[in-house]
Design a protein around this ligand. Sequence first.
Ligand code: IMP
Length: 426
Amino acid sequence: MPGTALIGAQWGDEGKGKLTDLFAEQMDMVVRATGGDNAGHTIVVGDETYKLRLLPSGILYPHVVPVIGNGVALNPGVLLAELQGLTDRGINVSRLRISANAHLVMPYHRELDKVTERFLGRNKLGTTKRGIGPAYADKARRIGVRLQDLFDEKIFRQKVEIALKDKNQILTKLYNRMPLDIDAIMEEYFSYASSIEKYMADTSLLTNDALKAQQKVLFEGAQGTLLDIDHGTYPYVTSSNPTAGGMCVGAGVGPRALNRIVGIAKAYTTRVGGGPFPTELFGEEGAHLRKIGREFGTVTGRDRRCGWLDLPILRFAVRINSFNSFALTKLDILSEFDSLKVCVGYEYNGKRYDEMPFHQSVLHHVSPLYEILPGWQTDITQCTEYDQLPKEAMDYVAFVEEHAGVPVDIVSVGPERAQTLLRKTA
Ligand code: IMP
């Protein structure tokens, strides 16, 4: 079955937007299956830059059916604003389909995300404050509200009443905040209903039918492997499974639907928010990489933490996701260095770790073991074929392949579509 998945191999922000867009052009359907408006994709098409948070990038192509699956945490206000923004720019959004089972992000989820982060003080997770964690928590507690509930006024009110009861107690008694008013929430959410109804569908059925008909379906990842709630650097993770397995659950397809799984990895490493990051660069070095890599968050505008490439992390991501190959992004950012450090393992308390240590306390304290590779110090942004890269850049890519265990079949050397080098296997 012709299903392709693009999955972040690090802590998100690997440049999935550009790759997704590149693949989307050749697809019949593009599905988003996890996360919510905590994600941010920047897509550059010619002179136009689009910043998408909830919508699958396929929305930009008239021949693609864009789908939001059941696994997405859907903030309807954000969705409608994003749709309006695209409509204003002449994009036809009418093909969008949204799972009736997608859980809604409610005002109390956002409120709780904000106050709990504040309450955690220096232990805060650094969330995007979009209410994603509290929305998935309600889903797991079975007091979540789904898109389909919006279309039964009585049920919707009942469900929100149940969910709001303990939230208001927590907000007022624990956090000293004002309670939220159910009538205001009803009014706001019912005002969205008529605009959203036409998009609601059984997206699992649609997607499976498309696959059966041999249509090309792209499963578009959000966040990254190390932010996965099960496999990431818990608790400094998001609240969904942005890995290949989560993609199946969040789209309503079986594992055999993904017959090509591509890991997207940046040629160095970044993360936003708290949590361990063994190859992080601090001070001047970190600030410099941030500046040349333009590493500022799409959603929150926060500075991203930056560091050298970490290969045990990529190996781990291959294991968790069954990647067939990698797309290595932002290789051009490394062009100015005369030598490049690449982490091949870690050391802690006299012990060497070749794989990511499973114990969080160890990961927090490891020192990276680096190999130093020669830089190329040549502008590579104009390369149009892989073979045009300087030898040192090709050696860097080969080093990644050797340590990660799968081929790198796409290399990105700039933000434009044309700045993408496809190798023979891609
Ligand atoms: P949440 O997903 O807003 O709950 O945030 C949890 C953690 O995931 C925080 O460290 C966020 O910075 C991080 N995170 C969530 N979405 C993204 C993303 O799209 N890119 C990078 N980091 C993200």
